[in-house]
Design a protein around this ligand. Structure first.
Ligand SMILES: C[S@@+](CC[C@H](N)C(=O)[O-])C[C@H]1O[C@@H](n2cnc3c(N)ncnc32)[C@H](O)[C@@H]1O
Length: 348
């Protein structure tokens, strides 16, 4: 899970469970980067999660060190779990098995990867699609004054050949494109509903517009950007996604959108961060204009969800325009070495 999105992944997982009739789900661990569930049902519905980076099956072994994972009984359990994952995908999806663990060049790690891979007809490969991660499990609880349970080791078997954050619709990438998991989280924070008129300002490759339409229909969706190449790239991603409605792509300045006032229910925006896209000087001009334009376009009660790494500039602009907004949420997330903030604001 991406830092800052744990609560959203948890509520999405519980919503998936109820949609698919999976009863008795238990949240075992929910910390900033991990959500561990007891999931008494088929795992395929979990692969529809949009706010989780990846879904893995966790196997816990009460062994003191990774070398003990090479025992026959453990290897049989591990190989069976990996074989289940391979069998659940079309033939040829998996060719290689990749091991992620501290000391993965050690002889123990190499033997583990080679043995499990061979048992399921794969080869051990640093680029393998099937990812096994080995890590110490959390210490068990102490009881009755006894010392904590010995921690043991977890083996995580990823259930998809690529991270879920790698969306099949992304046929065109571009520097500065938003992580789709963050976009999905922003969509969830916008409280999506079918009758909404949604505008995606500074749409770039269309990530926010696509993620919004992926969770359900809207009354209208506009993706706006000043860059014709970005709009073309958004068009290609939109075409590759089987979306629940059309997207009107509009070339315009985000500070002067060609729409009447109070005609949007939701605005999703990822303006330039001044790192890989745009620069800080231009942003000092753009951000106040964009926020003013969002305030003009939104009806009272409408929502602005904005992500940016321009932390101080965003705070200043929102403080200057505080009379327009009720602040519903501000959270720090993580994307490729950056810690942008997501702001959720309601137009007063
Ligand atoms: C951080 S990128 C958006 C990335 C997008 N979320 C994606 O996933 O591809 C910022 C976008 O703002 C656009 N932009 C910059 N200045 C703009 C302006 N004044 N009006 C509209 N769009 C602008 C850029 O062309 C760029 O596509």
């Amino acid at each position: 899970m991406l830092e800052g999105l744990g609560d959203l992944a948890r509520s999405e997982a519980l919503a998936v469970a109820s949609r698919h009739g999976v009863d008795g789900v238990v949240v075992l661990v929910a910390d900033p980067t991990r959500l561990v569930l007891r999931w008494p049902g088929p795992v395929t519905p979990l692969l529809t999660l949009r706010t989780a980076v990846a879904v893995s099956r966790v196997l816990t072994f009460a062994v003191p060190r990774p070398r003990a994972l090479l025992g026959d009984a453990t290897l049989r359990v591990l190989s069976a779990a990996v074989a289940d994952v391979v069998a659940a995908s079309p033939p040829g999806t998996y060719q290689g098995l990749r091991l992620g663990m501290a000391g993965r060049d050690s002889s123990v790690a190499r033997r583990l990867a080679d043995t499990v891979a061979a048992a399921v007809g794969l080869v051990a490969d640093d680029d393998g699609e099937l990812l096994l991660r080995v890590r110490p499990s959390a210490a068990g609880p102490a009881s009755g004054g006894a010392p904590p349970e010995p921690p043991g080791w977890d083996v995580l078997v990823r259930l998809s050949p690529r991270p879920l954050a790698t969306r099949p619709w992304r046929v065109v990438d571009r520097r500065g494109a938003l992580n789709a998991t963050i976009a999905a989280a922003m969509v969830q924070l916008s409280s999506p509903a079918p009758a909404q008129r949604v505008v995606n300002l500074c749409c770039g490759t269309g990530t926010l517009a696509i993620e919004r339409l992926a969770v359900g229909p809207v009354a209208s969706m506009v993706a706006l950007d000043s860059d014709i190449d970005a709009l073309d790239q958004a068009g290609r991603n939109i075409a590759a996604a089987a979306l629940a409605g059309p997207v009107a792509r509009v070339r315009a300045d985000a500070g002067a959108a060609p729409f009447p006032a109070a005609t949007a229910d939701v605005i999703l925006t990822d303006p330039p961060w001044g790192t890989s896209v745009g620069d800080h000087t231009e942003n000092r001009d753009l951000y106040p204009r964009l926020v003013a334009e969002a305030a003009r376009l939104l009806r009272p009660g409408g929502r602005l969800v904005l992500v940016s790494h321009e932390v101080r500039l965003t705070d200043r602009v929102l403080a200057d325009t505080a009379a327009w907004w009720r602040v519903d949420d501000v959270r720090r997330v993580f994307q490729k070495g950056h810690h942008p903030r997501v702001h959720v604001l309601t137009r007063r």
